[in-house]
Write a protein that binds this ligand. Structure first.
Ligand code: F3S
Length: 78
């Protein structure tokens, strides 16, 4: 299984991830990204059909703020 979370400490609100993977990422009022699936908790399984989008978004983030793991994240992310 895959889990994802945005490190909002390093996100620069570039807006790439939501364009690449709109079913996974959205932006808060300040433009910083969060994971739609679980309110950026890193605890929701990303379904298989979204894995390609997830990988593209991760690769496309200029600050490497999109973290992906095979187990749920513990927040806050270091
Ligand atoms: Fe932020 Fe990276 Fe998305 S900088 S807006 S998490 S592409």
């Amino acid at each position: 299984a895959k889990y994802t979370i945005v490190n909002q400490e390093t996100c620069i609100a570039c807006g790439a991830c939501g364009a690449t993977a709109p079913e996974i990422f959205d932006y808060n009022d300040e433009g910083f990204a969060f994971v739609l699936l679980d309110g950026n908790n890193g605890t929701a399984i990303v379904s298989e059909d979204l894995h390609d989008d997830l990988e593209d978004a991760m690769d496309g983030c200029p600050t490497e703020s999109i973290l992906v793991e095979s187990s749920p994240f513990k927040v806050p992310v270091e």
